[in-house]
Write a protein that binds this ligand. Sequence first.
Ligand SMILES: [Zn+2]
Length: 72
Amino acid sequence: MFGSSAAYCSACGMKVQKESGVRKFDKDFCSEEHAQQYNREIKRARQLRMSRQLSQQTPAKSKGQKGSHKCC
Ligand SMILES: [Zn+2]
């Protein structure tokens, strides 16, 4: 019977039917579409975080570098 193993879609929160549900990334989804949507959002969040870290590490300071010759 339907017991404790009820699964819910990680994208929309709908109850996942065992016949039509998809299991990916260790999560349950109501459809392949939502699995990909979830995957896309994770990727985007990761890229956003990475680009934010990158811009923090490299402040816009490309000019103002002095040459190695201090004499002239
Ligand atoms: Zn869904």
